[in-house]
Design a protein around this ligand. Structure first.
Ligand SMILES: Cc1cc2nc3c(=O)[nH]c(=O)nc-3n(C[C@H](O)[C@H](O)[C@H](O)COP(=O)(O)OP(=O)(O)OC[C@H]3O[C@@H](n4cnc5c(N)ncnc54)[C@H](O)[C@@H]3O)c2cc1C
Ligand SMILES: NC(=O)c1ccc[n+]([C@@H]2O[C@H](COP(=O)([O-])OP(=O)(O)OC[C@H]3O[C@@H](n4cnc5c(N)ncnc54)[C@H](OP(=O)(O)O)[C@@H]3O)[C@@H](O)[C@H]2O)c1
Length: 501
């Protein structure tokens, strides 16, 4: 029998704020007040922990300072930089933490929190505006005006603003501790013991302390710790030619590519995203990708379109800077190499072998979760934000609503055996890889939301109750993003145009 009252929410991006909102709108009797005022007789005492100084996750970007372009040289030299445990390590907890302790800030470890966000000044969203909100938020008609250049998307400013207003209106900041990074989560008896590092930026000092909770929601994001694929010679290349390698996570502007020979590695959304800006200004652009895009044939075509030299994957970097590809071709040193090779799923703070990321650095899957949400072994540990889908915001909401429902006693999970059977069947059907977490927008209602709905608090509507009738907005978005790619790449739309929709 779950007895959960005091809850920690780790990370306050969209998934974390959806979780905090949902818990605050669930009563002791297992009723939902979502869409109305917060519950007066709320079941939960909620604390959000956010390592940045503001909530919003990647939608609280830092344009002036990006994350490190590549991990520090000593980490590259380990030749294990494709392992998230190396570039975003578990940190050593001070031995005297139990009574609270102050230590000088370790700046390198702070860098390895990768918290500055991959959003840059000119980013527009790639998901139709209806689906970059939670179902209980207003749906502003202005985004459906077809004369907008980026219809049906939003500029990042519009989306950041939408999220900020939600946080402000719902007074969610009152429940969040900022500059507070959770460094350890361990089950001790029937509680989860968290170790938190609170940074005092002005004093360059960290305060470490521990605190116990009944339930933990991990909502630390899956698009923050960059994936640098391993290639022989890459560490030496970086030493010989500093400032040449970077990840799209730290891309900020096309200016640094002007007149340069550029190689972009990858074949997905980030790849076409940076290509559209770089192609018009660079001397030459090549793309190194492996295979076709599994979902969007237009991306496979776009990365081979005019002005882009398509290459196979990288075999090795030579000491003189030459890059050798797997088809045997060799290119002289590129001025810039941009990895658009995605991010790691990673819970560096978690000490629980039941929930673990497998297939590290290849195609990662979180094992031990029921519907990407509940730890099968111990449902007082849960995840919000692990589902990948064009309906990302709604799926975070779905997890948050199911967690609040089960933890309030309104929803009952099936037996562990049944949950394990679900996990096993999904592995057999979809694969023991990242696709395991993916739900297509056309199937997600039936395969995900309708199941989670059974666990939600009384009166809680399915997140697709209304929005489910509009999933074809996603297809309109796919058509638009392809058109926008060619318009920006050929200069028909300037970067400024995309920010003046
Ligand atoms: C370049 C880019 C563009 C994108 N564009 C879109 C888009 O157009 N539409 C869309 O739907 N999605 C988009 N996404 C996906 C995006 O990740 C989601 O929109 C959304 O931000 C995910 O929310 P989240 O809360 O799960 O994670 P995040 O937004 O990453 O938030 C996680 C939060 O957890 C905090 N955190 C992490 N670890 C700790 C810790 N140990 N202790 C305390 N706090 C911690 C982080 O600081 C962060 O604030 C994009 C992603 C990227 C990288
Ligand atoms: N709003 C926007 O415009 C915008 C912009 C950027 C990103 N995003 C979002 O951010 C999220 C992450 O997208 P992403 O594109 O960064 O990551 P991603 O979708 O995970 O794509 C990573 C890409 O890198 C490739 N790759 C990995 N290792 C490689 C190697 N060694 N050589 C060549 N290619 C390699 C992968 O190929 P395989 O398929 O073979 O693994 C894949 O094509 C998505 O949700 C996306 O929608 C949105």
């Amino acid at each position: 029998m779950l007895d959960i009252e005091k809850v920690a929410v780790i990370g306050c991006g969209p998934a974390g704020i959806a979780s905090i909102y949902e818990l605050l709108h669930t009563t002791k009797d297992g009723e939902s007040t979502v869409g109305k005022a917060a519950a007066e007789n709320c079941k939960f005492k909620v604390t959000g922990f956010e390592q940045k100084d503001k909530a919003g996750g990647i939608w609280y970007p830092n344009f002036d300072e990006a994350d490190l372009p590549v991990p520090p040289q000593d980490l590259l030299d380990t030749e294990k930089y494709n392992d998230p445990h190396v570039i975003s390590p578990k940190v050593e907890i001070p031995s005297d933490v139990s009574g609270g302790v102050k230590k000088p800030t370790n700046k390198i470890l702070n860098e390895l929190e990768w918290k500055r966000s991959g959003i840059f000044r000119n980013l527009y969203t790639n998901i139709a505006a209806r689906f970059t909100r939670f179902s209980y938020m207003e749906n502003d008609d202005k985004y459906y005006d077809k004369s907008r250049r980026i219809y049906p998307f939003m500029t990042h400013i519009e989306l950041c603003d939408r999220i900020d207003k939600f946080i402000e209106t719902e007074k969610l900041n009152d429940y969040i501790r900022f500059n507070s990074s959770v460094k350890s989560v361990t089950k001790v008896g029937d509680k989860w013991r968290l170790v938190i590092k609170k940074t005092n930026v002005d004093l360059d000092e960290d305060e470490w302390y521990e605190e116990d909770f009944d339930g933990v929601i991990m909502s630390n994001g899956q698009f923050t710790v960059p994936n640098f694929p391993y290639s022989p010679g890459m560490a030496e290349f970086n030493r010989n030619f500093p400032n040449s390698l970077m990840h799209s996570n730290s891309y900020r502007s096309p200016d640094e590519f002007k007149g340069k020979r550029v190689l972009v590695v990858g074949g997905s959304i980030s790849t076409i995203n940076v290509l559209q800006y770089i192609v018009p200004v660079a001397e030459s652009v090549a793309v190194s990708s492996r295979g076709d895009h599994p979902l969007y044939p237009w991306i496979t075509k776009a990365i081979r379109s005019e002005g882009i030299d398509h290459k196979t994957t990288i075999k090795e970097y030579k000491p003189n800077g030459d890059v050798v590809f797997t088809d045997g071709t060799v290119e002289p040193r590129f001025d810039k190499i941009v990895f658009t090779t995605g991010y790691h799923r990673h819970f560096p703070f978690l000490n629980d072998k039941n929930v673990e990321v497998t297939n590290i650095s290849r195609s990662e899957r979180i094992k031990g979760l029921y519907y990407n949400t509940f730890s099968i072994e111990d449902p007082s540990l849960a995840v919000a934000g692990a589902t990948t889908s064009p309906l990302a915001f709604h799926s975070m909401e779905g997890s948050a609503a199911a967690i609040a429902g089960v933890w309030s006693g309104a929803g009952k999970l099936p037996s562990k055996e049944e949950q394990k059977k679900w996990e096993q069947e999904r592995i057999e059907k979809v694969g023991d890889n990242a696709s395991y977490h993916f739900f297509a927008h056309t199937l997600i209602k039936e395969q995900y939301f309708d199941v989670l709905e059974k666990f939600m608090a009384k009166g809680r509507l399915n997140p697709l109750h209304v929005d489910g009738d509009h999933v074809n907005d996603i297809e309109k978005g796919i058509e638009s993003i392809e058109k926008l790619f060619y318009k920006v790449k050929t200069g028909e739309f300037s970067i400024a145009d995309t920010m003046n929709p």
